[in-house]
Design a protein around this ligand. Structure first.
Ligand code: PLP
Length: 391
């Protein structure tokens, strides 16, 4: 590995989280592991494999390309595409045995116009209802009724019927309850229409863990599998992040009170201080909103000062440090920790916004669960100790 900035990822931790989540679900509920966006930044194939080992029944991704990458990499579980594809792309989906999200009759009309025959194959679909997120899905009973004749065709297999919540992580549950009632009404309508539907599902991570009664036939688990959960809620099981992020001090210097640091003179030293330069910047996915957040050096917290630039950032060090010292941007050093909850609060976004932002410039190093018990054990995690998988 040439780069001195790397993410350490422990797929075994993802599997452990998934097993713990499975343990909270009513018996018989299927588990769909959501590995879109390169496994929330953890690596799609590695995450999909960890999910398979933990007993996931399905995988889900957002886009066709993501599913094709999984299939090319050897993933064999059923895969649901969470966003609709264009009818002319159906051949690709059929060839790779992918399940599609469909939202309206117009899509089927276009499909039949462009692909008059599926040549004896069955197209597996999940019908998506919009019960209040306002993103994708049919919204009214009339729109459902218009879908029914298309779904009843002998070459269409309705594997699922689902919706997604807007406010699962909020303390006030009134809107979620309204969406759940709307979904229940649409479920009734779908059952009355005589279409055979294999799985009803509505819950992502937070809804599944907060309200087991919403698990229905299947849950779609993304964030919690990676150890993420809203900071103001307590998960019913222990979830541990699987990713930590590290770099190396490139330069450490003493500056004088009043000296400026970084572009636009955005920081001015309050006193004589030690300033360290770290080779990670916004082009690595460490956005300028991370200014003011902490990193760890020599087991102590150090604030990111001045504007974060494309390739580098500066830290106000706790004292004299040396080039080559490890810098931990996410994770532990000794008794100190920079947590996802803390960083997520700092940028006012979810933890997955941090991991999915990490770019290809950041090397990924995978540790096997067998070899490493504690994901934050700095003593073990040396980048040289293991052949890195650079994606
Ligand atoms: C991303 C996504 C999920 C996963 O949500 P998490 O909160 O990360 O568990 C589930 N369902 C849909 C429709 C999604 O787009």
């Amino acid at each position: 590995m040439l780069r001195e900035t790397w993410a350490e990822i422990e797929p075994g931790r993802i599997a452990d989280n998934l097993r713990a989540i499975r343990g909270t679900l009513p018996a018989g509920v299927k588990l769909m592991a959501v590995v879109k966006a390169n496994g929330y930044g953890h690596g799609d194939l590695e995450t999909a494999e960890a999910a398979r080992q933990a007993g996931a029944d399905y995988l889900a991704v957002a886009f066709l390309e993501e599913a094709l990458r999984l299939r090319a990499g050897g993933a064999t579980l059923p895969i649901l595409l969470l966003t609709p594809i264009r009818p002319e792309q159906v051949e690709l989906a059929l060839a790779q045995d992918l399940m599609l999200t469909v939202t309206g009759a117009e899509w089927f009309r276009e499909l039949r116009r462009q692909v008059p025959s599926l040549a004896g194959r069955k197209l597996r679909v999940h019908v998506k209802a919009d019960t209040g997120l306002g993103r994708i899905g049919f919204r009214t009973e009339a729109e459902w009724d218009a879908l029914v004749p298309w779904l009843a065709a002998p070459d269409i297999d309705v594997d699922g019927f689902y919706t997604h919540f807007a406010t699962a992580g909020q303390a006030d549950t009134a809107y979620l309850e309204r969406q759940a009632r709307q979904f229940a009404a649409l479920m009734e309508r779908s059952k009355a229409s005589g279409i055979a539907i294999r799985h009803y599902h509505c819950a992502g991570s937070v809804a599944a863990l907060r309200f087991p009664g919403l698990a229905l036939d299947m849950v779609r688990i993304g964030a919690a599998m990676y150890g993420f959960y809203p900071g103001h809620l307590a998960p019913p099981v222990e979830l541990e992040p699987a990713l930590s992020l590290h770099s190396t001090l490139m330069q450490a210097k003493r500056v004088r009170r009043g000296d400026y640091i970084g572009y636009d003179n955005a920081y001015r030293a309050d006193a004589d201080e030690w300033i360290g330069t770290v080779p990670i910047g916004y082009a690595d996915g460490w956005s300028q909103r991370m200014q003011g957040a902490a990193a760890l050096v020599r087991g102590q917290r150090a604030e990111i000062v001045g504007k974060i630039s494309m390739d580098q950032l500066m830290l106000r060090l706790p004292g004299p440090c040396a080039p080559g010292d490890r810098v931990t941007l996410i994770g532990r050093q000794g008794g100190e920790r920079v947590s996802f909850a803390e960083l997520a609060a700092h940028i006012d976004g979810p933890s997955q916004a941090i991991t999915t932002a990490l770019t290809e410039r950041v090397a990924k190093i995978y540790a096997s669960a067998k070899e490493v018990r504690c994901p934050w054990n700095n003593a073990y995690f040396q980048p040289q100790r293991q052949e890195p998988t650079v994606i």
